[in-house]
Design a protein around this ligand. Structure first.
Ligand code: DX5
Ligand code: ZN
Length: 217
């Protein structure tokens, strides 16, 4: 399966977001972390900034909404031009209704799971979504270390997707680097978010290629 690389601009220079989006133009998606200081103890950016990022980004945007009340706020990110909008299962009141709304607006619909959130309740609903995001750290901050205990969940999600013969992507986010990406790929992930590993590299395009090669091997 082709590996898709989605660098997270959480590790970019927030005073130079357009420059830092252009730096990752060889990647598949630009991962944009929206945090509201309620669902997670950190605050990043909201819709006005997101709308401009979507206008200037050279590659499609993958929005990761770490926010309360995604049922209320997520559709606007699809309307702003996100190619993919991922909301947290723990925060959504009606995940299927929200996923259908995101798809109706032309975005891919993703459901994110914190490390301690089980995937099983969502396995019967795979036909309603385009991606499962298995968080490999607790959401909220970049630069944390990969939690190996999430690998069995990735495996179970991949097995269920294969069993159902669906094209649901499995994304991992948090602590993804040269040291960990192969473990996540072996477990069945096909979309890889990396923030500090990409933006902390001396040569950003080369790092994207290295991660893609390691994940595809
Ligand atoms: C964390 C965010 C991630 C973050 C990953 O809650 O969802 O996207 O940028 O950062 P790294 O790759 O540094 O762990
Ligand atoms: Zn993220």
């Amino acid at each position: 399966m082709a590996a898709l690389i989605a660098p997270s601009i959480l590790s970019a220079d927030f005073a130079n977001l357009e420059r830092d989006l252009n730096a990752i133009s060889s990647a598949d998606y630009a991962h944009v972390d929206v945090m509201d200081n309620h669902f997670v103890p950190n605050l990043t950016l909201g819709l006005p900034v997101f709308e401009r990022l979507a206008q200037v980004s050279p590659i499609p945007i993958d929005a990761h909404l770490m926010i309360d009340e995604p049922d209320r706020w997520a559709p606007a990110y699809a309307e702003a031009g996100a190619a993919s909008v991922t909301f947290h299962a723990e925060a959504a009141a009606a995940p299927v209704r929200l996923a259908r709304e995101l798809r109706r607006l032309g975005a891919r619909a993703g459901v994110a799971l914190r490390p301690a959130t089980p995937v099983e309740p969502y396995l019967d609903l795979l036909s309603e979504i385009d991606m499962i995001l298995v968080m490999t750290v607790e959401p909220g901050f970049g630069g944390q270390s990969f939690i190996d205990g999430t690998l069995p969940k990735i495996r179970r999600a991949r097995a269920a997707v294969s069993e159902a013969d669906l094209d649901v992507w499995i994304q991992v986010d948090g602590g993804v680097s040269r040291a960990t990406i192969e473990r996540a790929a072996d477990a069945g992930a096909n979309v890889f978010v990396a923030g500090s590993a990409v933006y902390g590299a001396q040569d950003v395009p080369a790092e994207i290629e290295t991660l893609r090669d390691l994940a595809s091997a």
